[in-house]
Design a protein around this ligand. Sequence first.
Ligand code: G
Ligand code: G
Ligand code: NA
Ligand code: MN
Length: 254
Amino acid sequence: LLLENDLRHAVERNQLVLHYQPQIDLHSGRLVGVEALLRWEHHQLGILSPDRFIPLAEQTGIIGEVGSWVLQEACRQIIQWDREDCYIPRVGVNLAVQQIESGLLVRQVKAAMQQAGIQGERLELEVTESTIMREPDKATEAMKAFRNLGIKLTIDDFGTGYSSLAYLKRLPLDRLKIDRSFVMDIGAHSGNEAICRTIINLARSLGLETVAEGVEEQHHADFLQREGCDIAQGYFYSKPLPPDELAEQCKAWV
Ligand code: G
Ligand code: G
Ligand code: NA
Ligand code: MN
């Protein structure tokens, strides 16, 4: 209850921040984008990860305000990096199920883009399978609108939920993101290697790209590259960074 009350004020008290984790093209070794990951700098509890407060934000409806802030902040940051001569091709933003259910999402995204002055090509939106499957019609409608804006669409944590292959084929998707639970065990668990390979092949046959998250070791990256995975993200390359640190690292990757 106390945390809920604090969360209600987190946006206006400027306690929310985004960190950004690099995504590397496995073919060229170049930085192709970053994923925005939300943090709450709580005045007493320190830095809280989204796992600690996104569920609460969803239960209480605060997610609407938080999600809107995340979109605005990510768009603002893209322009700020551009001005600092640090060109980040694309920023990925995670969406919660209620943002899609609300029916306000497409307007929110357009407003955030307009306010910052960026094109849809600079944005990627990540949704989980369960988010899509809970409201398939609303999700499909929103995703079509995003596709028309040039925004890339990615299914997050792929392989951990239930998605019907019929939907995968129908949705205007660009990428499948292999869940880190499968990537972590590359080299240790042949079953999970088979799952990674299967997702990469499924994506290819649907004309989608694959992103692997949770890449922690060189041999993970080697395996994924060999199997034809397109993009990698994880501690092996970089942890999620505050925007100024990302700008410092920027030159090393581009
Ligand atoms: O960065 P970290 O590992 O703590 O993220 C934990 C989870 O929180 C991940 O599943 C991530 O997708 C989710 N998450 C991170 N940032 C956001 C955000 O801005 N909005 C939503 N809805 N989820 C986020
Ligand atoms: O659920 P989502 O896919 O958005 O998860 C992203 C989360 O994974 C982030 O909170 C980030 O902190 C975490 N993360 C990023 N890279 C790695 C990694 O290499 N290993 C592990 N264990 N977690 C990671
Ligand atoms: Na994500
Ligand atoms: Mn994920």
